[in-house]
Design a protein around this ligand. Structure first.
Ligand SMILES: Nc1ncnc2c1ncn2[C@@H]1O[C@H](COP(=O)(O)OP(=O)(O)OP(=O)(O)O)[C@@H](O)[C@H]1O
Ligand SMILES: O=C(O)C1=C[C@@H](O)[C@@H](O)[C@H](O)C1
Ligand SMILES: [Mg+2]
Length: 176
């Protein structure tokens, strides 16, 4: 893993991006504990503001509305989080979000299809994976791989590794 990049004053110490099941929420929580900083997750921010779970937002208002909420959540979190920030798996799809990430230390949690499929199972709580999770995840990962690479200043491989090992690697890197 190469260096994570410079952190703008007041911004997150680390932003995590990656495919569904890459471990952004799990590794992010562990990393925040290790560093003694706040953990923030734009998916949770969106659910709190909307007052309902993400699958219900997809059902009631549709994906386009969710992406609008997500762009606002990413901008707000980048402006106010000084800890570890996990983004939703599809946040990098928006050019606006990719532009907002420039200058931040962004770590891509990489995962191959086999481990990702095992981790998300039948996609419970993940509306995009509700039907045919393996094929959908394969397509999403192929489509998004260049976008994660575009925004990332460092990559941490997660396949076959525990969240604790991954968080420790990122923490060491951030101290450099
Ligand atoms: N390195 C790992 N090894 C094994 N299991 C893991 C690892 N990282 C995460 N998991 C498990 O995989 C599942 C998905 O992890 P998590 O919810 O953190 O992914 P995510 O990247 O936040 O996904 P999403 O994009 O849907 O929010 C959880 O059950 C978690 O316990
Ligand atoms: O991969 C995606 O597009 C998504 C991932 C989750 O984190 C949530 O943001 C939502 O379920 C959409
Ligand atoms: Mg998550």
């Amino acid at each position: 893993m190469s260096g994570p990049g410079r952190r703008p004053p007041g911004g997150p110490v680390c932003v995590l991006v990656g495919a569904p099941g890459s471990g952004k929420t799990t590794v992010g929580q562990t990393l925040a504990e290790l560093l003694g900083v706040e953990f923030r997750d734009t998916d949770l921010d969106i659910e709190r503001l909307a007052g309902k779970p993400i699958p219900d937002i997809f059902i009631d208002e549709g994906e386009a509305h969710f992406r609008t909420l997500e762009r606002a959540a990413v901008a707000a979190a980048l402006a106010s989080c000084a800890g570890v920030l996990a983004l939703g798996g599809g946040a990098v799809l928006a050019e606006e979000n990719r532009a907002a990430l420039v200058g931040h230390p962004v770590v891509h949690l990489s995962v191959e299809l086999a481990d990702a499929v095992k981790r998300v199972g039948l996609g419970a709580g993940r509306p995009l994976l509700a039907i045919n999770p393996r094929a959908t995840l394969k397509h999403l990962m192929e489509q998004r791989r260049p976008l994660y690479a575009e925004v990332a200043t460092a990559t941490a491989v997660t396949d076959g590794r525990t969240p604790e090992e991954i968080a420790a690697e990122i923490a060491a890197l951030l101290k450099r």
